[in-house]
Design a protein around this ligand. Structure first.
Ligand SMILES: Nc1ncnc2c1ncn2[C@@H]1O[C@H](COP(=O)(O)OP(=O)(O)OP(=O)(O)O)[C@@H](O)[C@H]1O
Ligand SMILES: [Mg+2]
Length: 361
């Protein structure tokens, strides 16, 4: 059972505004947390006693041996791209679940591109600059300007702490508090493998961001229209950190759980409404390790994300230490735009057709 642990609703605002390690440590000091010295899950057993009404550090994926798997990310941009892909999938899945609620017989889209066209009316982003009909192009750009607002990545930098934080926020389907640990915090589990319109398949990608961060905060709320009778309209939350057990060489990643089965703490719907959190997910990766200095990161992020997500399914916004977002549509779209501008003189104009998905032909 997810429990409230008597934590004041106002804490939700502190969770939302935490962007440095110090913010998180201050917040943790106000919470009823049992430290790892007093309670830990070791391989297959608990060291110490669970205390009701307290929060405890529990291994991500309920797997004490998660250290190696979570550290597989490679380049610092990859985990952010994984989060963005998850966000795009959550936006698509929200529309698919709504479609199923309206007409349960509707066949599923056969690819992510087909899903995006069906639910958002947007074709491959790199095909838009090539459309010769100016009125149609304008219409699509209007659509993109509406859709982009549902997913963003925001960079924070604290001069005082010399720390970066990266927030990824989507207004997708979200997860009910009781399911957060089985989805957002699971390892090696996915609910996408039988859906040809999804991309994720390993149940692994999202968690790579924990390895690049000192702390991560997670907040999630299911879209209200997807919640069945007896469902939970509240918001689930947690904090993730690495734990280095005394006298051991095998660190692991842990999150704050509110009950022994691993469920995360929650706030009621009223608390979510008070801070304007309607639905979807928000991840903040704090003291994020970009491996370089501040000015370079803000400049690099636009190029690097457009490169990694070369032709993304959906557009998104990037706030790179600015209040004005930049529209992100991938380098394929930028090349196509340049090629369209150059007209016949261009040798660059190469479009990218859909890739087949295994077993769906
Ligand atoms: N933004 C999100 N909104 C709702 N659910 C999410 C979101 N991100 C992740 N999830 C859930 O968490 C699970 C784990 O995500 P993760 O990225 O680790 O794996 P995946 O996307 O299934 O596969 P892959 O490892 O290939 O990315 C997903 O299967 C999905 O159920
Ligand atoms: Mg994924």
């Amino acid at each position: 059972m997810a429990v409230a642990n008597g934590i004041d609703d106002k804490v939700l605002q502190d969770i939302l505004s935490a962007t440095t390690s110090r913010d998180v440590e201050r917040l943790l000091a106000t919470l009823p947390v049992v430290e790892p010295e007093h309670y830990q899950r070791d391989y297959g057993k608990a060291l110490g006693c669970w205390r009701d009404e307290y929060l405890h550090w529990v291994p991500v994926g309920l797997d004490r041996g998660n250290g190696g798997r979570i550290k597989l990310a490679g380049q610092p941009m990859n985990p952010i791209a994984e989060r963005l892909v998850n966000g795009q999938e959550a936006l698509i899945e929200l529309e698919r679940l709504r479609e199923l609620a309206d007409s349960p017989e509707t066949p599923m889209p056969r690819s992510p591109r087909e899903a995006v066209l069906r639910y958002f009316g947007v074709p491959n982003l790199d095909s838009i600059p090539r459309i010769s009909d100016a009125a149609r192009r304008r219409k699509l750009i209007e659509k993109i300007n509406e859709v982009r607002k549902r997913l963003y990545v925001r960079l924070f930098y604290s001069k005082e702490a010399k720390e970066f934080a990266v927030a990824i926020r989507d207004e997708g389907m979200g997860q009910e508090p009781l399911r957060v640990h089985e989805t957002l915090l699971s390892l090696g589990q996915t609910d996408k493998a039988d859906k040809p319109y999804m991309i994720g398949v390993f149940g692994q990608g999202g968690s790579s961001a924990f390895a690049a961060s000192e702390y991560s905060t997670i907040i999630s709320r299911r879209a209200p229209d997807l919640i069945g009778r007896g469902g939970d309209n509240g918001v689930g939350w947690t904090i993730v950190r690495q734990i280095f057990p005394k006298g051991r060489r095998d660190p692991y990643f842990a999150y704050l759980a509110a009950s022994e089965d691993g469920a995360v703490p929650r706030f009621d719907a009223a608390a979510a409404e008070a801070v304007g959190f309607t639905h979807g997910c928000r991840f903040v990766h704090i003291d994020y390790d970009f491996g370089r200095s501040s000015a370079a990161v803000a400049r690099m992020l636009y190029q690097a994300l457009n490169h990694v997500l070369f032709n993304p399914m959906l557009p998104y916004d990037l706030f790179a230490l600015k209040e004005r977002p930049e529209l992100m549509q991938g380098t394929a779209q930028r090349l196509a735009r340049q090629a369209a501008g150059l007209g016949h003189r261009s040798a660059l104009d190469k479009s990218f057709s859909s890739q087949p998905v295994g077993g769906t032909a």
